[in-house]
Unconditional design. Structure first.
Ligand SMILES: Nc1ncnc2c1ncn2[C@@H]1O[C@H](COP(=O)(O)OP(=O)(O)OP(=O)(O)O)[C@@H](O)[C@H]1O
Ligand code: SF4
Ligand SMILES: [Mg+2]
Length: 310
């Protein structure tokens, strides 16, 4: 059964005179067994999706279900349970860690907020998760500024995992780190996933990571999912022209140090005002129909593709 499901989510932003559909008719279902990857170049709406799914921002329309519950219609214990069940990690862990708190307090805080745990349970859970995430005991009493970037990210992930969430949403959690650190942290997350039922939604620009760890993949382009399916089959036979381009330009796509909120390029400005397919100007296969008509997601070969070629 799915942990999280969305129905026709929409979120627009107005930037000067331009109204953009950062997330448009967005449908996704994530199961507890999934390692789901969401990719797309800068400005495609991935972080906006992460914020919508975690109730950080409200959609203009559409619904988000956590198990059976609409996350905007719950309150009290159900809302508390939702917050407990979704772990969230962003790229910039430094900003999310309270600089005046010691590492051990940062990680145990969610357990204290949820009040259901005895002191010895808190201690053992914190020890276990920090150990599993590769944080040495000598670090426990330190403050965030005394840690390296990699250690801080391990702490942020430990904090997100401490309540044993049913879904971990990680938005570029590793992109500020060097490759060997990325691999080690990712392996630790995978080991933890093996010990509990936890779905993962990973937002990343690293297609090598996507290929290595995810079982399902959605590709976003300017607010719309253009292809979704099993990671393996998309890598072996990408169908959407944008997915093809993306997989052919791996190093270019993996550029680091993007701004927190994507900037709109001049090229994309033109695409946003197009009535039809927003990939039109860059597409080698474009046809007359594509300019003024929005292609719908179609089921084909066990996946969904949004393109008039199919
Ligand atoms: N708070 C905001 N105010 C105005 N526009 C926003 C805001 N947040 C996002 N946007 C716009 O919405 C679009 C999607 O942005 P978003 O940050 O979700 O993209 P992204 O896929 O996460 O990009 P990146 O890969 O660079 O992180 C962009 O055009 C961005 O400019
Ligand atoms: S709908 Fe048309 S323009 Fe868009 S990706 Fe398909 S062929 Fe290209
Ligand atoms: Mg982003």
């Amino acid at each position: 059964m799915e942990v999280l499901k969305t129905i026709d989510l929409n979120k627009t932003f107005k930037i000067k005179s331009l109204k953009i559909s950062a997330v448009e008719n967005f449908n996704i279902e994530i199961n507890r067994t999934d390692f789901f990857a969401l990719v797309g170049e800068s400005g495609s709406g991935k972080s906006t999706v992460a914020k919508l799914l975690t109730r950080l921002i409200k959609p203009e329309s559409g619904r988000i279900f956590f198990k059976e519950n609409d996350i905007w219609k719950i309150n009290g214990d159900d809302l508390k349970n939702f917050r407990k069940s979704i772990g969230l990690v962003f790229q910039d862990s430094y900003a999310s860690l309270n600089p005046r708190m010691k590492i051990i307090d940062i990680v145990q805080e969610p357990l204290k907020i949820h009040k259901k745990f005895k002191v010895y349970e808190i201690k053992s859970k914190v020890n276990e998760i920090l150990k599993n995430m590769g944080i040495d005991e000598v670090m426990f009493e330190r403050y965030p500024h005394q840690l390296s970037g990699g250690q801080r990210q391990r702490v942020a992930i430990s904090r997100a995992l401490i309540l044993e969430p049913e879904l971990l949403i990680a938005d570029e959690p590793l992109s500020a780190l060097d490759i060997s650190l990325q691999a080690s942290i990712l392996n630790q997350i995978i080991e933890i996933k093996k010990t509990r039922e936890m779905g993962i939604l990973l937002i990343t620009h690293d297609l090598n990571i996507v290929r290595a760890v995810s079982n399902r993949l959605a590709v976003m382009h300017l607010g719309r999912i253009v292809e979704e399916g099993q990671t393996k089959s998309i890598f072996s036979e990408p169908l959407h022209p944008y997915t093809k381009k993306l997989l052919n330009s791996i190093p270019d796509f993996q550029r680091r140090n993007r701004p927190k909120i994507a900037k709109i390029s001049t090229e994309n400005k033109l695409c946003w005002i197009l009535k039809g397919c927003r990939f039109f100007y860059r597409c080698d296969y474009r046809m007359d129909i594509c300019k003024d008509n929005v292609p719908q997601l179609k089921e084909i070969k066990n996946r969904k593709v949004r393109c008039f070629l199919y």
